[in-house]
Design a protein around this ligand. Structure first.
Ligand SMILES: [Zn+2]
Length: 384
């Protein structure tokens, strides 16, 4: 409708379609900017919109008038895992009927006044104000570092091909983003993480990272009691990359062949396994490499001690050099961290979903002129 209204409203991922006043109240009808969402089950993008059932949400008052937003509530279909997913809007907590900033505002005012007073001012029932207060209390607790034991550090590219990276720090168990750093330089990461009190850093038991060289030093310094674990997801990705390279080298371009080869066999349906078999019949090399990839994955799937895992991976590496040259040398270089996975078998698979969510927020048109504002906003999006 108007760029100015979007600017004033200042909510991520939506734009104003219409604005009307009814009995002194202001109603904004909003539409979603993104045509796709990230599937929380498989972390792929999907743009297959199934249905849209808008809801009415209370927002902060303007010019002394109450404000209501008609917010799209879209359900998508994920063709990859064949599930229906309801879109999560970054500015409303799940199942809430107020924007986060409205709830924050009520929370702050209740602390200065009382539930019944704020209820009168906002024309809300006692239970509604109390519900808001409990909700904010709950989400604030979840967002802090206090009880974080397993941390994942990852980096993502802010702008494709521009080489500007942000470091993303997450609480693996809570599946939550806890820090974002405007750099992937070692000293910058250390500086930001050292702001957490020693007590908090000491309780971190495990730090999961990718195979970037600088991490071991950072982790020793910041989290003195933590074991370094190379994230299983990144190792598997390296192995899959080699397998895909082989597929392309052989010239197999069947539709879906990449997906079928790289997916875990246990996740494939009967019809997909049949299709995969047709592809594998085309090349004996590809079949051997495929089986090796599955073998590698099975090591990860199995419950074993670190020592046994070392033996298993070494056995695998003995045969891997031909088809998995690049990933094999990476694995050798990070052997200890890779085997540490078997200490607790923590996977930071949630990271992919978190990263995709951040990228989606970036794509929805935030300026990067002020990183601190952007960081606050993204962290706020994850605070529930
Ligand atoms: Zn999915």
């Amino acid at each position: 409708m108007s760029f100015h209204l979007d600017y004033l409203l200042d909510l991520p991922g939506v734009k104003v379609e219409t604005c009307t006043q009814i009995e002194g109240k202001i109603y904004f009808k909003l539409s979603a900017l993104a045509s796709e969402i990230v599937c929380p089950h498989c972390n792929n993008y999907t743009e297959e919109l199934h249905q849209n059932r808008p809801i009415l949400v209370r927002d902060l008052s303007v010019f002394g008038r109450f404000v209501y937003l008609q917010v799209p509530r879209r359900q998508f279909y994920c063709p990859n895992c064949q599930r229906y997913i309801t879109e999560k809007l970054e500015f409303i907590d799940k199942k809430r009927r107020h924007t986060q900033r409205y709830e924050q505002n009520i929370y702050a005012r209740v602390q200065q006044s009382s539930i019944s007073q704020i209820g009168r001012e906002e024309e809300l029932s006692y239970d509604e104000v109390k519900g808001i207060f409990t909700q904010v209390n709950f989400s604030q607790k979840k967002n802090c570092w206090e009880s974080v034991k397993r941390v994942s550090i990852d980096e993502i590219s802010m702008r494709k091909g521009k080489g500007s990276f942000v470091t993303v720090v997450s609480d693996i168990e809570g599946g939550n983003l806890i820090e974002m750093i405007d750099s992937h330089r070692q000293q910058d990461i250390v500086e930001v993480l050292m702001r957490q009190p020693l007590k908090v850093r000491e309780q971190v038991e495990e730090v999961s990272v990718d195979m970037w060289g600088g991490f071991p030093k950072v982790i020793k310094q910041v989290f003195p009691n933590a074991q370094l674990v190379i994230d299983r997801f990144h190792v598997m990705k390296a192995v899959n990359k080699d397998l895909n390279k082989l597929r392309r080298g052989i010239g197999i371009t069947d539709r879906g062949s990449k997906y079928l080869l790289l997916s875990n066999r246990i996740n494939l349906e009967h019809a997909q396994i049949e299709k995969l078999e047709i592809i594998l019949q085309k090349s004996e090399c590809l079949r051997i490499a495929y089986e090796m990839k599955e073998e590698f994955r099975e090591i990860y799937e199995t419950n074993m001690t670190v020592t046994i895992a070392q033996t298993e991976f070494k056995d695998w590496l003995n045969y891997a050099q031909i088809f998995f040259q690049e990933s094999a040398s990476t694995i050798v270089n990070h052997f200890e961290g890779i085997c540490n996975y078997f200490l607790n078998r923590t996977t930071s698979g949630v990271m992919e979903g978190i990263n995709n969510r951040i990228k989606l927020i970036m794509r929805q048109g935030y300026g990067f002129s002020n990183f601190d504002n952007f960081r606050d906003r993204v962290l706020a999006c994850f605070s529930n």
